[in-house]
Design a binder for this molecule. Structure first.
Ligand code: GLN
Length: 539
């Protein structure tokens, strides 16, 4: 523990201030200065993980290599840092209680009364230090979900207080993110909410070391001085975080504000090297100066909430920059698609992505969309449920299997072209029981997918229960569907394509989880290129 330094990021005043982006941006700057950094998130809700949450609750569920179903902030951490996260990087109150209760049942507390303090707080403290103790990181950033003052956050705040005490000076610091609202009627920025939230933190025994103030207007020197004085932090530790056009601008903005410098100073770490952001800035340059513009439809049923498809939207940004193309994503609600409006909704698009999802709502609209893009030769990418729907569409309309379906949607279907794997049939618990995390896949030479990756062996992340039913493989292949990616260990179909279409690919896995600024995902890069080719051909 001695050598690893800890940074805690807390939030005050309101939620949705972007703690995850601030944490990721600071981590990026520290990484760019040569430090080994990771970020973890502690969430105060009682679900054991976000896997069982509806995307309308907290947005997308992000999946790590080792199959953890996590908060979408972990996606930001990976996209910014280009370093994998793991099971240990996301902990919830549910997980903490589950493990304390299991210990109690095993008799590990030796007859003691098990209490929030010290048992829950000790469990939290231990979990905060798991990654630090591996010796792989110089700095561990811990984001505490929720807002300071919430009842459910209290055990975390107390754990942080104790840990700061254990770690000693310069080994742990607290960055507090708050809102400085602008009152239009008064024409003024207001510091009082920040003062109150810092005070709330102090009541729990924690003095913030650095304030990051989210604002819509520039903070004047006077106001910064006032915040410093009343919140008991150094003047240089008042950092402004003003709204910017893209989250990818935040690291440079934090660099200008000196967040990395003041952090290192507080941790007694040398400001070795100026941060090397060359690659990052090349990406930004390309992203902001596109040579072309394309329109891609995103067909899904959670489209009202941007965060539900976060990783897909970010993957388009990375792949767009790689192609020097601006990708305008048009959200299309699958429930509202029908024979009458399909042309109006999809006809003008350069490409269509059919999104992942669960359950029957909106799937006929997805199938309709796939039929349309297949017939109109519009580039198509189907992800997970999107791929499964492409198989069903093909089975119904080309292979003559009328009423083909997934047993997820209709257990009585005469042609279950998508069905449960044997190993899934016995499972009754919903949490953490899907096919999760990284699985190997072998691609066929000469296919679109092979061309995209430029290699035969790949590994991608999964999150699903249902699979392509191999009983129908021969029949579907005879009708013209190609299975171009196969899991070498299980024989499961991971990729399907239509060879007599300009670009029609469905993948059972989730490529979007692995796209980062430093490594735009090759499949998204190829898909955007196909969309661009389609557009150029039309003009
Ligand atoms: N509902 C489908 C399954 O469980 C697809 C899941 C997904 O799209 N992530 O197999």
């Amino acid at each position: 523990m001695a050598n690893t330094k800890y940074i805690f990021v807390t939030g005050g005043v309101t939620s949705s201030l972007g703690k995850g982006i601030i944490a990721a941006s600071l981590a990026k700057l520290l990484q760019a200065r040569g430090y080994r950094v990771t970020i973890q998130k502690f969430d105060p809700y009682i679900n054991v993980d976000p896997g069982t949450l509806n995307p309308y609750e907290h947005g997308e569920c992000f999946v790590t290599e080792d199959g953890a179903e996590t908060d979408l902030d972990l996606g930001h951490y990976e996209r910014f840092l280009n370093v994998h996260t793991s099971q240990a990087n996301n902990v919830t109150t549910g997980r903490v209680y589950q493990s304390v209760i299991e210990k109690e049942r095993r008799g590990e507390f030796l007859g003691k009364t098990v209490q929030v303090i010290p048992h829950i707080t000790n469990e939290i403290k231990e979990r905060i230090q798991i990654l630090g103790k591996t010796g792989e990181y110089d700095i561990v950033i811990t984001e505490i979900g929720g807002t300071v003052g919430d009842i459910e956050s209290l055990p975390y705040i107390e754990s942080v207080r104790q840990l700061l005490w254990d770690l000693g000076e310069h080994n742990g610091i607290v960055i507090h993110l708050t809102l400085v609202p602008y009152l239009a009627a008064a024409g003024e920025l207001k510091t009082k909410p920040t003062q109150h939230s810092v005070k709330t933190l102090m009541e729990s025994g924690i003095q913030a070391d650095i304030l990051v103030c989210r604002t819509e207007h520039e903070l004047s020197d006077e106001l910064r001085y006032k915040l410093a004085l009343f919140c008991n932090v150094k003047r240089e530790a008042v950092i402004q975080s003003i709204d910017v056009p893209t989250i990818y601008d935040v690291p440079n903005m934090m660099l200008l504000e000196g967040l990395d410098k003041v952090t290192l100073k507080k941790l007694n770490l040398p400001c070795k090297n100026e941060p090397d952001l060359t690659q990052w800035n090349t990406f930004l340059q390309r992203y902001k100066n596109p040579k072309h513009r394309i329109k891609v439809g995103l067909v899904g049923k959670y489209v009202e909430l941007q965060d539900a498809y976060k990783s897909i939207l970010e993957a388009f940004i990375h792949a767009g920059a790689a192609n020097e193309v601006r990708v305008d994503v048009e959200s299309i609600h699958s429930e509202h698609l029908n024979e009458e409006n399909i042309e109006a909704k999809l006809g003008h698009l350069d490409a269509v992505l059919v999104a992942p999802g669960f359950g029957g709502r909106g799937i006929e609209g997805k199938i309709k969309a796939i039929e349309y893009v297949r017939e109109h030769r519009i580039p198509f990418l189907g992800i997970c449920l999107g791929m499964q729907m492409a198989v069903i569409e093909f089975a119904r309309h080309i292979a003559g299997l009328k009423g083909a379906n997934s047993t997820e949607m209709n257990e009585q279907t005469p042609y279950p072209v998508i069905s449960l794997m044997e190993s899934q049939k016995e499972i009754t618990h919903k949490g953490g029981t899907m096919r999760l995390g990284a699985w190997a896949c072998e691609l066929s030479k000469g296919s679109k997918i092979y061309e995209a990756y430029g290699k035969k062996e790949i590994s991608e992340r999964h999150r699903h229960r249902y699979e392509f039913n191999n009983d129908y493989k021969e029949q579907l292949e005879k009708a013209g569907l190609q299975c171009t990616g196969i899991n070498p260990d299980t024989g499961l179909v991971e990729v399907i394509e239509l060879p007599n279409h300009p670009w029609f690919v469905g993948v059972q896995y989730h490529p979007e989880y692995k796209s980062t600024v430093a490594n735009p995902h090759p499949l998204f890069v190829a898909f955007v290129r196909a969309a661009l080719n389609n557009k150029l051909k039309k003009n």
